[in-house]
Design a protein around this ligand. Structure first.
Ligand code: SF4
Length: 407
């Protein structure tokens, strides 16, 4: 990688092995830390963490790659990276609103592996396996439940649903983590999806650039190049996850025509400070990764200790507004519990509305009036049939409209 203007996080491998092993993603998965005994060889475990191993045993799988464990401090239990993968006794607390399926995905689950909540896009859960299990995971109803990769019946059902639902233009491969599948399996899925005429875009949601960057090999890149457009949705939560290794792989994706967008989760005690979000966003943007979403943590079972007060999340957004460039600014958003969909936040800069005069106070205190044109001055642009028809189908959930109805 070229010399960078930004310092990426330095790490030292926690396991002594050959360089060949360390850079082999399958070796990393095989040698993942899973048990109290595995972790205690490298970490001084606190009482809360030790209790966490017992409490979480039958609740949510414990696992991290040696690479990702190497980003955490061995003797500091409050280390931000460590908090995300180390079980804690707080996972046993009932919390304010805990749900096993906070996104209400089971209500929008027309076939076992498809989640269809929005008209023009759907999630395809291609595996329940991850390279590590984030303690705040929102999909605990599915992730790590040993459903593994899709069986033939469910796979065909998923493809049939996508074929007959032509309003779906984007398919998001998710799980679990799609990049835990082999290149051959992943290529077959991408190939089959792009045979469906109505599917225009495939997105891949993966935490692997942060947790197992060695997985992003040239063979995988060649698949992405062959089946463009592929959009990559990464999941970095903290600047300490952006090592030179991760940076190199993000650049590899972008250099080869794969746009990368980052979705992060605001996590209490991990990243809930504007300075941390700013550092994360600047590093991502430098690598040509767009900071896309900053999610409020969902009330997933055993995750209450990770949730930030909504007011604090909004204050973080407001602090960053104007100081961070628009390109570096992720959208603050929460998922309305039980499947209500995404709801976004934007700081309110309007201080008063008088008729068509909108009074503003800007991010650094400048006050001014914006005189809005009246509604009567609004003109309808020329409506081309194909755009209108496409829009009506999406708006009215794929109901087929006779073209004359919108002529
Ligand atoms: S990588 Fe994603 S799906 Fe897997 S445990 Fe983490 S948040 Fe959940």
């Amino acid at each position: 990688m070229k010399k960078s203007k930004i310092n990426f996080f330095d790490y030292k491998p926690i396991i002594k092995t050959t360089a060949e092993n360390w850079h082999d993603w399958k070796w990393q998965i095989k040698n993942s830390l899973k048990s109290e005994n595995d972790f205690s060889q490298y970490f001084q475990l606190s009482k809360k963490e030790l209790n966490g191993f017992h409490i979480s045993k039958n609740k949510f799988k414990i696992q991290t790659t040696p690479y990702y464990a190497s980003l955490a401090q061995a003797d500091i239990p409050s280390d931000p990276i460590r908090l995300t993968f180390m079980p804690n006794e707080a996972e046993g607390n009932d919390g304010l609103q805990q749900q096993l399926d906070p996104l209400g995905e089971k209500k929008n689950n027309p076939t076992p592996r498809i989640i269809h909540r929005y008209p023009d896009r759907a999630l395809f859960l291609v595996t329940d396996t991850c390279s590590l299990y984030c303690r705040y995971c929102t999909r605990k109803h599915f992730t790590a439940t040993d459903q593994a990769s899709v069986n033939k019946h469910d796979y065909n059902e998923a493809l049939n649903y996508l074929k007959k639902t032509s309003s779906i233009k984007e398919v998001i491969l998710s799980g679990g983590d799609p990049l835990t599948l082999s290149n051959a399996k992943l290529e077959k899925i991408i190939h089959d999806l792009y045979q469906i005429p109505s599917i225009e875009i495939i997105r891949i949601g993966s935490r692997i650039p942060a947790t197992l960057p060695m997985r992003i090999d040239n063979e995988l890149i060649n698949i992405f190049k062959k089946y463009k457009p592929i959009y990559f949705m990464s999941h970095f939560n903290h600047p300490n996850e952006i090592t030179s290794y991760a940076a190199e792989k993000l650049e590899l994706l972008v250099d080869n025509g794969v746009p990368v967008f980052n979705q992060m989760v605001l996590l209490n005690g991990v990243n809930n400070h504007p300075a941390i979000i700013y550092a994360l966003s600047r590093r991502l943007l430098y690598l040509r990764v767009k900071p896309y979403y900053m999610f409020q943590c969902d009330p997933s079972r055993g995750s209450d200790h990770f949730r930030t007060p909504v007011e604090e999340s909004q204050n973080i957004q407001k602090e960053l507004w104007g100081k961070a460039s628009g390109l570096a600014m992720p959208n603050l958003c929460l998922d309305i519990p039980s499947g209500g969909g995404k709801a976004g936040f934007t700081p309110n800069f309007i201080t008063k509305i008088e008729g068509n005069n909108y009074h503003f106070k800007g991010w650094d205190g400048v006050t001014e009036v914006y005189k809005s044109p009246t509604n009567e001055s609004s003109k309808t642009p020329i409506m081309y049939k194909n755009y209108s028809l496409e829009w009506m189908k999406i708006k009215f959930k794929n109901k087929i409209y006779h073209q004359s109805s919108i002529d």
